[in-house]
Design a protein around this ligand. Structure first.
Ligand SMILES: [Zn+2]
Length: 105
């Protein structure tokens, strides 16, 4: 019985990975790998501005954060966003991120 079930389980796992829906990204704060739909996207646009990408459709180099104040604080302390985006991140961006994460706690 158990042996009969294994190929089914294997196929299910393959189907999930081949569906192309879950895109896993690393949090710039805690470093956890999560589905990007559960995260905030921050991008550096082509003209060098750092923006919180609420539509998730903008082009640019992206960084991700969990919806968590502690992840945001870790990212600030470790300069996780700066390292990922390879540029400096203004205080206004951090203020906006703090408002967003605090609103969701
Ligand atoms: Zn995190």
């Amino acid at each position: 019985m158990f042996q009969d079930k294994q190929p089914v389980l294997y196929m299910r796992i393959r189907n999930v990975t081949h569906a192309g829906k879950a895109v896993i990204r690393r949090c710039a704060g805690c470093g956890a790998m999560k589905d990007r739909r559960d995260m905030i996207r921050i991008i550096r646009s082509q003209d060098g501005k750092v923006l919180v990408d609420e539509t998730r459709k903008r082009n640019g180099r992206g960084a991700y954060l969990c919806f968590s104040v502690s992840c945001l604080e870790t990212a600030i302390k470790r300069h996780g966003l700066e390292r990922t985006l390879k540029c400096s991140v203004g205080q206004d961006v951090y203020t906006l991120l703090r408002e967003k994460t605090e609103a969701l706690q």
